[in-house]
Design a protein around this ligand. Sequence first.
Ligand code: ADP
Length: 307
Amino acid sequence: MSAPNLELENTAKAYDGLRVLHDVSFAVSPGEVVALVGHNGAGKTTIMKLLLGLIRPTSGSVQVLGHDPAGSNAAQARLGMGFLPETVSFPANMTGREIMNFYARLKRQVRGDNDRLLETVGLADASDRRVKTYSKGMRQRLGLAQALIGSPRVLLLDEPTTGLDPTLRRSFYDTIMSLKDEGVTVLLASHALSEMESRVDRIAIMSKGRLMADGSMTDLRKKAQLPARIRLTTDDGAAGRAAEHLQGADIRHVNGRTVEFDCASENKMELVRRVTDIGVTIEDMEIELPNLDRIYELYQDNGEASS
Ligand code: ADP
């Protein structure tokens, strides 16, 4: 496994003695896309600020591209990083192209790449229009283009899809996926749980300054131990017989042809096999695995899921 592009190790942050981040450890490798989720005040922005080197940890360490972003080699880390803040504000009278040129100069990059970046975010046709004529979604995309200047190896995105319609959201994630394929590390803080669960490699769930869980959806489901919901459609009249053989499952509903039950995800195939073993034909099967919303709520409510 390659060295992580960003890493927090037992990182804590306190303001006036009050801890807002408690010993958080997590790392993101090249080519990984990780979502940071949590209620307001959970500590997401604090993590972003630590990675950007805007604040220092009270204890523990922070590394970006092998450097302390608030240390003497901070420039090495910052030059390799792109950042999209939650609220993007650009001078209203400047055009998209002028703004890109301005940021390219700040980042000591050539302007030549800006046309390609504006094209990538779908703003090529609007590049000579003033930003005050842009919609919120267009400003957000200009923010993303700005974050991509200088081909960063680490991209930090705070609520990147706010204000984007479904088509633009899809094209946003397409852009993220092609960056991932190029080995870029992407950390995105977001509340948009349902759109992320199928699109990111890992999800880090924060609550009250603590990292409650960190893993793929499969890992999180296993750890949360929330049941899967299964709905079987059988041959006529066989649902009752099927239900009798589903000991251990929580039967929700039975009528002539269908039986619906909850069970631990890892037991679902065994239970279905029991039904086929007694000669019941399964004509259809729907499986509803616990989604990120349900897993997320579990950590916000209970603090800790059983492991
Ligand atoms: P999130 O981004 O998840 O909404 P934050 O990281 O912004 O959460 O905030 C985490 C906690 O730290 C909150 O309780 C917030 O009030 C507190 N906090 C953030 N910045 C400061 C600061 N400069 N001084 C004191 N407390 C702060």
